[in-house]
Design a protein around this ligand. Structure first.
Ligand SMILES: [Zn+2]
Length: 416
């Protein structure tokens, strides 16, 4: 076995073991607190409800561990057996080594590689989420979603891939810099286009109904300097009982989306606080900051691609035919499959950064509401209704959580 494959196997095992160790630590921590409701939560949750959230965390963790092991085995088999290289040369024989042919090969190989994950997706929706009363999707809707996702991916992804392959041929050794520019421009367009054109393909996004709630929320938006026409309600209840709210887009294209499930669960004051939090993300420039970070990581990604594209040892190691005309598509395929082994270790950094933004948006909401109580109540409600894990292991939440835990957020809210 050559050095590249040994490094791959080591990275794969390291990531799998680290993930499982974190999961087990977290689960043990949760179960150690399961017999009675911990002090900070006694005010708003009773024992049966609390234990339901413990059961949910346990079920999700077990499912996640099995899924991770399965994914690691699939990845190992596909790469170590030469199956990926085999699929690539088969498709290339069918569709050719031209620009559009190779883009199609890349797209189709991506689809083939996503197939083994489907049973887990199905199980997650119709067994796990169903058992805890969250699933509202039907088997038909699940199926239609997959087909739609595939079509949207094709319409957007196929020309983009072809453009990337074209650049390698046309732009010379610095193609990766051009590739980055194209990709970054695409990302910018998607920040706006995704909520405007793609999300509505899957969900209804409608302006709020007239009434007290709308008047109240719009008044808050005015007060905090947010153009209120873009507060939308999304029929999240079509698929799931989970509730959420988010901010998307930038500039004139900004919008705040509230799930219908959230509106059902919360009273107007709590909704106002959630809205204030989302407006906080906007006012504090969190989206442009995220865009800059993602540009930097894309640049790094393309620099690595540019380097690997000329490195025959890399594709050779995974059994790609060295006489293949073009190295780019094999490199992209390998990159797609392997990058997770490295980016996994960066997730504490990005989570930490995201949590910093959440604290800032919480503080903004507290100022806008004139008190920490409304947001605090809203967060309690959100955690309770979503059966969120109230007692994650600190290592686990530090590593994985994009939002601080409820206790952390409430503590920060109460600090002046
Ligand atoms: Zn937030």
């Amino acid at each position: 076995m050559n050095t590249v494959l040994i490094a791959f196997v080591l990275l794969l095992i390291l990531k799998l073991v680290a993930g499982i160790v974190l999961d087990c630590l977290n689960l043990r921590h949760v179960k150690a607190h399961a017999d009675e409701v911990p002090e900070p939560f006694k005010d708003f949750i009773d024992l049966p409800e609390y234990q339901k959230s413990v059961d949910y965390t346990e079920a999700k963790t077990r499912f996640g561990i099995i899924n991770d092991i399965y994914d690691a085995i699939i990845l190992a088999v596909v790469l170590l057996s030469g199956l990926l290289a085999g699929i690539y040369s088969l498709f290339s024989e069918w569709f050719g080594y031209g620009l559009w042919g190779q883009a199609l090969v890349l797209f189709l190989t991506g689809i083939v590689l996503s197939l083994p994950g489907l049973p887990f997706d199905w199980w997650h929706t119709f067994k796990l989420e169903e058992r805890f009363g969250f699933n509202k999707s039907t088997k038909q809707l699940w199926f239609v979603d997959k087909i739609k996702g595939l079509l949207v991916g094709f319409v957007i992804g196929y020309p983009l891939l072809a453009l990337l392959i074209f650049l390698v041929g046309a732009a010379g050794p610095l193609w990766w810099l051009w590739g980055f520019l194209v990709f970054f421009a695409f990302q910018l367009v998607m920040v706006v286009a995704y909520p405007m054109f793609i999300m509505p393909l899957f969900n209804k996004m409608e302006p709020m109904e007239e009434g007290d709630l709308k008047t109240r929320l719009f008044a808050l938006a005015d007060r905090t300097g947010f153009k209120a026409q873009t507060i939308l309600v999304m029929d999240g209840s079509k698929r799931s009982g989970h509730s959420n709210a988010f901010f998307a887009g930038f500039g004139r294209f900004r919008r705040i989306v509230l799930f219908d499930t959230l509106i059902e669960q919360m009273n107007p004051e709590q909704l106002e606080a959630v809205l204030a939090h989302e407006i906080g993300h906007y006012k504090l420039g969190h989206i442009p900051k995220m865009i800059v970070l993602s540009a930097l990581s894309s640049l790094a990604m393309f620099a690595v691609l540019g380097w690997l594209e000329g490195a025959a040892w890399f594709t050779d190691a995974f059994y790609f035919d060295p006489s293949t005309h073009d190295q780019l598509v094999p490199v992209l395929l390998l990159f797609m499959m392997l990058s997770g082994l490295v980016t996994f270790w960066l997730s504490p950094l990005s989570s930490r950064w995201s949590r910093k933004h959440e604290y800032e948006a919480d503080a903004f909401a507290r100022e806008a509401m004139g008190s920490c109580e409304p947001l605090s109540q809203a967060l309690r409600k959100l955690h309770k209704e979503n059966l969120s894990n109230l007692t994650p292991h600190p290592l686990y939440s530090n590593f994985h959580y994009s939002h601080p835990t409820l206790v952390e957020r409430e503590e920060a809210l109460r600090e002046s």
